[in-house]
Design a protein around this ligand. Structure first.
Ligand code: CA
Length: 254
C-alpha cells in the first residue's frame, strides 16, 4: 500500500498550510505553544504488532479478517474496534464483559510479542519541541499499560504524569475529537494553541475536528490519500523527515 513517491513538505508547503489553517480558523500568528502527540505509530513502531495481535484474536473467534484492515481502525478504542467487527460479522454488538475478555486476549498477544521498538526520529521530534519550550501532551486511544509504563524510560521528561490522555480517560475515542479536546483541557489551552501529531487517518480526523493544526506522519502502510481525505494540514513521509522539519515549522508558526 505504500506510495512510491512521498515527498517531504517544503518551506513553502509549510507556510501555505499555516496560512490555510489560519484562514479557516482565525488563529493568530504566535498562538501555538504545545503539541498533542499520539503514541502507537508515532512514539513506538508498534502498529505491526497491534495489527498482528488483532488479526490473531479475531480469527480465533471464527471471523475472517485481513491484517491491513486493522491499520484503518487505528486510533479507535479496543471496545469500538470489537464492536465494529462484531456488528458487521454477527449483526449484534458485544456485552461489556465480552469486550473485556476479547480485548484482554488481544492485549496478551501484543505483550507476548516482546519489547516494542521506539519510532526512529520520535526522540528528535520531542527534543525539538522541548528546545522550543513547547508543552507536550500524550493523547492515545490505547489502554495498553505495557507501553504506557515505558514512556518515562524511553522518553525521559517528555510527558509529565498529568499530561496524558488514554482510552481510560474518554467516553468517545478517536475519530471523535474528545481525546484531543481533553488534551487541550489538560493545558487549559484553545485549539489554536496546540498542534496534533498523528499517524492514523481516524486520529487525523479527531485532531482536525478538535480544531487543531494537524500533522500526519505516515509511518505505516496507509497511503497518503487517506490522510488527504481526512484533511491533514501537513503530511510527512516519515518521523525522521518530520523531526528534521519541525524546528522550521515551529519558527514559521511565530
Ligand atoms: Ca497512532
Amino acid at each position: 500500500m505504500t506510495d512510491i513517491l512521498q515527498s517531504t513538505p517544503s518551506i513553502d508547503d509549510m507556510l501555505h498550510a499555516i496560512k490555510t489553517y489560519r484562514a479557516r480558523t482565525g488563529c493568530k500568528p504566535g498562538s501555538q505553544h504545545a503539541a498533542l502527540i499520539d503514541m502507537d505509530g508515532v512514539l513506538y513502531d508498534s502498529m505491526k504488532y497491534h495489527t498482528l495481535a488483532w488479526q490473531r484474536m479475531v480469527s480465533e473467534q471464527g471471523i475472517d479478517c485481513d491484517r491491513d484492515e486493522f491499520y484503518l481502525y487505528e486510533g479507535m478504542t479496543g471496545k469500538a474496534t470489537i464492536d465494529l467487527i462484531w456488528r458487521r460479522e454477527r449483526g449484534v454488538g458485544v456485552s461489556d464483559d465480552e469486550v473485556k475478555r476479547l480485548y484482554a486476549i488481544k492485549a496478551r498477544y501484543f505483550v507476548e510479542m516482546g519489547r516494542k521498538e521506539t519510532m526512529p526520529g520520535a526522540d528528535r521530534m520531542l527534543q525539538a519541541l522541548m528546545k522550543a519550550g513547547w508543552d507536550r501532551v500524550l493523547v492515545t486511544g490505547s489502554a495498553q499499560s505495557s507501553l504506557l509504563e515505558r514512556l518515562d524510560e524511553d522518553y525521559p521528561g517528555a510527558f509529565v504524569a498529568e499530561r496524558r490522555v488514554t482510552a481510560l480517560d474518554v467516553t468517545h475515542g478517536k475519530p471523535d475529537p474528545e481525546p484531543y479536546l481533553r488534551g487541550l483541557q489538560k493545558l487549559n489551552a484553545r485549539p489554536c494553541e496546540a498542534i496534533v501529531i498523528e499517524n492514523a487517518p481516524l486520529g487525523v480526523r479527531a485532531g482536525v475536528e478538535a480544531g487543531c493544526f494537524t500533522v500526519a506522519v505516515t509511518t505505516g502502510p496507509i497511503p497518503r490519500k487517506e490522510f488527504e481525505k481526512e484533511k491533514a494540514d501537513l503530511i510527512f513521509p516519515s518521523m525522521p523527515a518530520f523531526a528534521e522539519a519541525l524546528p522550521t515549522l515551529i519558527r514559521l508558526f511565530n
